[in-house]
Design a protein around this ligand. Structure first.
Ligand code: GAL
Length: 695
């Protein structure tokens, strides 16, 4: 039974805006020109010409060109050079930098400088400064000290961005714009609070509706005036907390659209507009799907920090980012060897920087840009890895990036217009992430790790796995859909998932699924709430585990739920063995066939062995075609499109590995044909395989 929401909600569009329904990973027909962001493989770096005398620019660009770069990002921290004092503008240097880059055949992505307001602005308009969660107003000297909710700051941002756009609108060398850089913290200033109250009024209409949705009878939280609703507290009601996240998302959306619209109005439709969403792909301070709906291109920063590349986790993060728009994306920043901010800012192994770039491409990136080209002589980041030294001469990493540049140039014609294509999707959902993390119940319940538990065997079976938005991504193209921890299931989501199963799809729900509604309110039906009827089963009780329990021929840890089939045709796939007493002999995994489809509920966090068996069976039952097997440490990635099928292999291990290919493939980087390929540690192969039915 799909339950009815008891209150009508006004202003739902405030959360996410219109949701376009597009086919999964829709690609343009072969003949249509590709969008510029996808038309080739892009290689480049962040470059700060404002930090150097103009006489040094040609040598910087010559060396970039020599490394195979075809793009630079400039401008994003340059406000005080663009507007040295209020109303005094100087874009001459920016235009000259763009034109000089053109001479070297290097395209430009322009960053808007709103992450670093100049000192005169902060001094004159202190009300534009952010108030952080502790109630402290930030000051000048760092970055991102502005309030996203300040209307004055938005006006000032719109002004500088409009003037930049006017200065650059006739520069064909500018291919794209980046709004701000890495949105991070919201503000808790009085203006932000007023915006919060206005947002709540628009969303709920009446306080009665809000009181009901948040069950404010609990702890005497009932509100009789809008201004009583808390804004900044870390001990809030779960309903309040979910709404605060949605409000922050809406504030960032407004902040970005303000600049996006200003740019678009001046430069027209051609250049792309993106927001670089930063180095923590899984970060959930706000909803990344909602933010990306306003943008042409998703982009993020791929940093390792301490240690070395974790292939599954990093690959899954790329897949997450690809899922933000269900399209290829850009790695707007990555480390040229090492960073400056990690506990140990060690360098990657020789070859690992190159392997990391190819992993990004294998997961659907069309661009890799290093941060940064050349470090400023002072400032907070002088210790960061860069491509050339403070003397402007190549550092030891330069030849590795140069080799990558040659490879990108060779592979670009084959890879342009191709994307990873998968018949399996993992569902990701920010409200569920927030809801679980807010009431964790077991300190080790890490939703990313839970997702990765499912991802690993799927990735081993397939060259590509999608990670998409639970609430909106079209599911029909997928044979198998896995929702690792879909805690919040609204009626609309339940209907989409039920339709998918009824049309023949295979759905797996992980633990903690279907417990809460859109207001973070417990569903009075037992889990999986609105999907319990379809499953023909329910969760009797959940348990945080302080010790392992036996499941099938393996074990579960951290979390286990006692399941009961409620329909005669619901089958028990796995049961608990001798467990914690409450779970002994009870069902751990149940499944039900629905027409040609099925719905399965996995009630526990099972070990790798049990997960391999579960996923192995699910892949078989769903008729998912496995790709060819590769040895341990080797990652297989695939991209398709434009009548081409490309395989990328990376050996992430420290020993050489030989991969037997299922058919003869063309070696895109070295030329020739091969039936097997030997990859040294950090080795990469880019291969082209015949597309079925074509020669
Ligand atoms: C990014 C940021 C860059 C630089 C870099 C250092 O998060 O966008 O400006 O600070 O980190 O790793």
């Amino acid at each position: 039974m799909i339950r009815k929401l008891s209150i009508a909600i006004a202003g739902v569009a405030l959360i996410a805006g219109a949701v376009p329904v597009a086919p999964s990973f829709a690609k343009p027909p072969a003949a249509a020109p590709l969008p510029v962001a996808q038309e080739r493989l892009w290689l480049g770096s962040a470059w700060y010409p404002e930090q150097w005398p103009e006489s040094a620019w040609p040598e910087d660009l010559r060396l970039m060109k020599g490394a195979g770069a075809n793009v630079v990002r400039i401008g994003e921290y340059g406000w005080s050079r663009m507007e040295p004092s209020e109303g005094q503008y100087d874009f001459g240097w920016l235009v000259r930098a763009v034109r000089l880059a053109a001479k070297y055949d290097i395209k430009v992505v322009v960053g808007t400088p709103t992450d670093t307001p100049p000192a005169w602005l902060t001094e004159k308009y202190p009300d534009t400064l952010q108030v952080d969660g502790s109630g402290k107003r930030l000051g000048h000297g760092g970055r991102r000290q502005f309030s996203i909710s300040s209307q004055r700051y938005r006006v000032l941002a719109r002004d500088i961005v409009t003037r930049m756009a006017q200065a650059l609108k006739d520069e064909p060398n500018v291919i794209g714009w980046q709004v701000g850089n890495e949105p991070t913290d919201e503000s808790y200033d009085p203006e932000a609070r007023a915006a919060w109250v206005a947002w709540l009024k628009a969303r709920y209409g009446t306080l009665d509706a809000l009181n009901e949705a948040w069950t404010t009878a609990y702890w005497s939280q009932t509100y009789s005036a809008w201004d009583q609703v808390p804004f900044n507290t870390d001990k809030g009601n779960p309903g309040w907390m979910l709404e605060l996240k949605r409000f922050i998302t809406a504030q960032w959306g407004e902040f970005h659209r303000n600049q996006r619209d200003a740019i678009r109005a001046v430069v027209g439709p051609k250049p792309f507009i993106t927001v670089n969403l930063g180095g923590l792909g899984w970060a959930d301070r706000f909803d990344r799907y909602a933010i990306n709906r306003d943008l042409d291109l998703a982009s993020w920063d791929d940093y390792v920090g301490t240690g070395h590349l974790k292939p599954y986790r990093n690959g899954a993060t790329h897949d997450l980012v690809r899922g933000w728009k269900r399209r290829n994306f850009w790695v707007m920043e990555t480390q040229p060897g090492f960073v400056n901010w990690a506990p140990v800012s060690n360098i990657l192994y020789p070859g690992e920087t190159r392997a990391m770039a190819w992993q990004a491409i294998g997961h659907g990136a069309d661009a890799v840009l290093y941060w940064q080209w050349r470090n400023a002589l002072n400032g907070q980041e002088t210790m960061h890895g860069s491509v050339v030294g403070p003397d402007g001469k190549p550092l030891p990493i330069y030849p590795e990036i140069q080799a990558l540049g040659r490879e990108f140039a060779k592979a670009s014609p084959m890879l342009a217009g191709t994307s990873p294509v998968s018949s399996v999707a993992l569902l990701q959902d920010y409200p569920s992430r927030w809801a679980i993390d807010f009431q964790l119940h077991h300190r080790d319940y890490d939703q990313i790790e839970v997702l990765l538990d499912y991802y690993r065997p799927l990735k081993d079976a397939l060259g590509a796995v999608d990670i998409v938005e639970a609430a909106n991504a079209p599911l029909d193209g997928y044979k198998l859909v896995v929702a690792p921890s879909l805690n919040v299931i609204t009626d609309a989501m339940a209907k989409r998932l039920a339709d998918y199963v009824q049309r023949g799809g295979h759905l797996i729900l992980g633990p903690r699924s279907g417990m809460k509604d859109a207001f973070n309110r417990l569903d009075p039906q037992r889990q999986p709430g609105p999907l319990a009827e379809l499953l023909g089963g329910r969760v009797e009780q959940f348990y945080a585990l302080d010790e392992k329990v036996a499941v099938g021929d393996g074990s579960a840890s951290i979390w286990a739920e006692q399941l009961t089939p409620t329909s005669p045709d619901t089958r028990i796939l796995l049961s608990y063995g001798k467990a914690n007493g409450w779970l002994d002999g009870k069902a751990a995994v149940i499944t039900r066939n629905v027409g040609k489809g099925s719905i399965t509920y996995v009630g526990a966090l099972v070990d790798d062995h049990v997960m391999d068996e579960l996923i192995g069976a699910a892949v078989r039952d769903a008729g998912v075609t496995r790709d060819f097997a590769v040895p341990a440490d080797v990652e297989l990635m695939t991209r398709q499109g434009q009548g081409r099928s490309i395989v990328i292999l990376i050996n992430h291990g420290s020993e050489s590995r030989t991969v037997a290919l299922p058919e003869t493939m063309g070696d895109v980087l070295a030329g020739g044909q091969m039936r097997s390929v030997t990859l040294p540690a950090q080795g990469v192969a880019v291969l082209s395989r015949s597309v079925r039915g074509k020669p």
